[in-house]
Design a protein around this ligand. Structure first.
Ligand SMILES: Cc1cc2nc3c(=O)[nH]c(=O)nc-3n(C[C@H](O)[C@H](O)[C@H](O)COP(=O)(O)OP(=O)(O)OC[C@H]3O[C@@H](n4cnc5c(N)ncnc54)[C@H](O)[C@@H]3O)c2cc1C
Length: 502
């Protein structure tokens, strides 16, 4: 999978595409897999890097969403729990079970949450991850030795899924390409073309590396730009009513000592009624998230002071050793592309269901939903797109489509387990050139061979692509990632990189 091959496909494709997808996050790439696997001629354009938007900045949970149960959105929970099971079957190298503990500090909490979590497990039906149960104080402390023991009565344990969002996305790009789709990163859609009747008939786009512009036509154009949905809709009609209500979520990353075992902590009700997680991830501790309405989406959102303070204070309430600012190794912020509700000012209460919207211009937009439900969202989207674009009817087959890298026992590859069936090729790189087996930085779990692999086979174009979304270095430890940057840029790791602009 190289960008040069993708650009060659694009240049040699003079006919109309069946579908052009704008946006290379979970939603867009999910749609590309679905459309291409039905045999539709599919092009996807991403203006920066695959996953540069929200899809690399999630809490990394493949889950039904306990909080939606509380909101009474049973159908969303059931759909997400089913998708959780399908994703674990199709990408076992990237999705794993995770044990969550809900601590109880009041007499009513364990029976109350115990009942809710039993229902949560029941709703997963044959896709269940394990039965929930009430824990004694001793069992809770054994599983979460760093939890605040003051007034602790016990807890409830339940199971959900965890994944590496950006790694899954990169493997999904490869899956879409294997199914015949053409996907190009660093290629912005700058305009929409229209036919004689005023319906959207294609896109104008710019290759951000060469600066060249081009047009491509399609039977249907799908806008999957998440928080930027309205700005793409406005390319077809500047008078549209916005449909997205952006809300930002912040995570802080700490070292492993804050959560040294394999269990995660889940707080169902923070001071302001939100859910807070502390999760072990890649040998670190991830704590978040917030949910703050923002006026406008930006490419690189920054955390607000109040959000950082809120996470630190909430974590201090539940963890024995209170984390401080100097313990923070990294911070990342993502923007939820929530779909507006007529009369809700609280974004936490907005639905996480996805929405498919077709403008009068015939532009189809898909927004909202969750990472967990990307496959089902894509199926729904392509069903609508096929009708709109008068494409031949073809069944969706993605419930049983393995994601690139599928490997049933990937854990045998140790630190390279996240690459699944690609891991032996990375091991071979290290054997051929032992210098590539050296760590990028002592504080990071990555070696030079992963950089070479990312550049040669995963369409990484910049140092940041490698540090943020091919490895997760910048998300785990920003100082160590900055120290590693010159190594990533060095010729050995980039060896045999395709020429710039290719
Ligand atoms: C803080 C937080 C935590 C979350 N945690 C979870 C979780 O644990 N589990 C879960 O299931 N879900 C979670 N979610 C939800 C999930 O992450 C999102 O629903 C999902 O990532 C949205 O993907 P997307 O593809 O719609 O948007 P994005 O990932 O933002 O992708 C949109 C893409 O469109 C591109 N684009 C924009 N304009 C153009 C243009 N003109 N031309 C070409 N490309 C363009 C952007 O560069 C971007 O890459 C979380 C969300 C947030 C914010």
């Amino acid at each position: 999978m190289t960008r040069r091959e993708m650009l060659d496909n694009l240049r040699s494709h003079t006919a109309e595409w069946d579908a052009i997808i704008i946006g290379g996050g979970a939603t867009g790439v999910g749609v590309a897999i679905d459309a291409a696997s039905r045999g539709y001629d599919t092009l996807l354009l991403e203006r920066i890097d695959f996953g540069k938007g929200t899809s690399s900045r999630s809490t990394k949970l493949v889950h039904g969403g306990v909080r939606y149960l509380e909101q009474g959105n049973i159908s969303l929970v059931m759909e997400a729990l089913k998708e959780r099971g399908i994703l674990r079957n199709n990408a076992p190298h990237l999705v794993s079970d995770l044990e969550f503990i809900v601590p109880s500090y009041d007499w009513w909490q364990a029976p109350f949450y115990g009942l809710g979590l039993k229902l949560y497990n029941m709703l997963s039906g044959k896709y269940g991850f394990g039965a929930s149960r009430i824990l004694s104080r001793e069992e809770t402390l054994r599983r979460l030795p760093t939890i605040n023991p003051d007034r602790l009565r016990g807890g409830v344990v339940y199971y959900d899924g965890q994944f590496d969002d950006a790694r899954l996305l990169i493997n999904m790009v490869a899956t879409a390409a294997e199914q015949g789709a053409t996907l190009v990163n660093y290629c912005s859609v700058t305009g929409l073309t229209k036919d004689a009747e005023g319906f959207v008939s294609g896109v104008t786009a710019r290759d951000e590396e060469s600066g060249q512009t081009f047009t491509a036509t399609a039977k249907v154009v799908i806008n999957a730009t998440g928080p930027f949905t309205d700005s793409v809709r406005a390319l077809a009609d500047p008078t549209i009513q916005p449909m997205i209500s952006p809300s930002q979520g912040v995570h802080l990353v700490f070292d492993r000592s804050f959560l040294p075992d394999e269990s995660a902590l889940m707080v169902p009700h923070t001071r302001d009624g939100r859910v807070m997680f502390a999760i072990p991830w890649h040998g670190h501790t991830l704590v978040g998230t917030t949910d703050t309405a923002i006026p406008e989406a930006t490419i690189d959102p920054s955390p607000m002071e109040a959000e950082i303070e809120f996470i630190l204070t909430t974590a201090a309430k539940y963890l024995h050793k209170a984390p401080s600012r100097s313990d923070v190794l990294s911070v990342f912020t993502g923007i939820r592309p929530l779909v507006k509700a007529a009369n809700s000012r609280n974004t936490a209460a907005l639905s996480r269901d996805h929405t498919i919207h077709i403008d009068e211009s015939g532009l189809l937009s898909i927004a909202g939903g969750k990472w967990t439900t990307y496959r089902n969202m894509a199926e729904d989207c392509v069903n609508h797109a096929a009708t709109l674009g008068k494409l031949p009817d073809r069944e969706c087959s993605t419930t049983r489509l393995n994601i690139h890298g599928f490997h049933p026992q990937a854990e045998k590859f140790g630190a390279l387990s996240f690459y699944g069936s690609d891991a032996p090729a990375i091991q071979a790189l290290m054997r051929d050139d032992p210098a590539l087996a050296e760590p990028l930085n002592p504080a990071l779990p990555y070696v030079g061979a992963e950089v070479a692999w990312a550049v040669r086979h995963e369409m990484a174009r910049t140092v940041e692509d490698v540090l943020s979304r091919r490895t997760r270095a910048l998300f785990l430890n920003s100082r160590a990632a900055i120290d590693a940057a010159p190594k990533v840029a060095a010729p050995r790791e980039r060896a045999r990189r395709p020429r710039a602009g290719a």
